[in-house]
Write a protein that binds this ligand. Structure first.
Ligand code: GSH
Length: 244
């Protein structure tokens, strides 16, 4: 089965959570907007699906996924992973486990919005420079209250997992662990000082990040040109003045 991932071509963003699952599974996929326009791909292909009237269930925003042979276009990061998880062998089989994985993924999605809002607390359509003062207040609250709360929650989820393998759901690694890897990587990039302070209190999360990055396909992916470097356009941004 061949998958088409549609996402903005110059940032990891939310597309990365889907990309990591496809990469870890060694799935046959293409990153459509990073392919040449003259081959019918690139940004115009994404805009056709976003703005055109050819899709019965149009997505509101990227990322979205298309199974090449089919017509369906699946949007919302957590929903895409709900679809891909069983197909890529990245979630346990029982309904209870799948609901639990989805619940955790939705909590990660909430967390990610709060990360974004540290540099864009007023409006996504304004420049950072136009909301610097508010960003400073928002980031300070995020670092002192929200970041420890989210980290503490997920640390406890691993500690209480009866699977005892150091993963978030069940005995093995799931797509939620891949997403948690991305959260830790992004937070280290955006808030290195805060993370250096908080990490010693969250050994399970640190170990999870290390184990995911050592998985052969993930390690190969991270060292490849397919992994877009973190930058100041993405969701995780490093502004030293916000890392207090
Ligand atoms: N809840 C959605 C959010 C999607 C989203 O906000 N996508 C961003 C890029 S990461 C976007 O392009 N948004 C355009 C917009 O909101 O107008 C998800 O998790 O996939």
């Amino acid at each position: 089965m061949r998958y088409e991932l549609y996402y903005w071509p110059s940032i990891q963003g939310r597309g990365e959570f889907v990309r990591l699952a496809l990469e870890d599974a060694g799935a046959d996929y293409v990153d459509v907007t990073r392919l040449p326009v003259r081959g019918g791909k690139g940004m115009p292909a994404m805009m056709r699906l976003l703005n055109g009237d050819s899709v019965a269930c149009p997505p509101f925003a990227p990322p979205f996924l298309k199974v090449r042979a089919g017509k369906q276009v699946i949007g919302q990061t957590a929903n895409i992973l709900l679809f891909l998880g069983p197909r890529l062998g990245l979630v346990p089989k029982s309904e209870a486990s799948r609901l639990w994985a989805h619940q955790l993924q939705l909590t990660i999605a909430d967390w990610l919005v709060e990360v974004h809002d540290t540099h864009h607390p007023i409006a996504g359509g304004l420049y950072y420079e136009e909301q610097k003062r508010e960003a400073k207040r928002r980031a300070a609250d995020f670092i002192t209250r929200r970041l420890p709360k989210f980290l503490g929650y997920f640390e406890q989820v691993i500690a209480r997992n009866p699977g005892r393998g150091g993963w978030l759901v069940g005995r093995g690694m799931s797509y939620v662990d891949l997403s948690m890897f991305q959260m830790i990587a992004g937070l280290r990039y955006a808030f290195p000082r805060a993370m250096a302070r908080l990490e010693p209190k969250h050994p399970h999360l640190v170990a999870l990040h290390r184990r995911v990055s050592a998985r052969p396909r993930i390690a190969a992916y991270l060292g490849s040109g397919r992994r877009i470097p973190f930058n100041r356009e993405g969701i995780f941004r490093h502004y030293p003045e916000l890392d207090v």
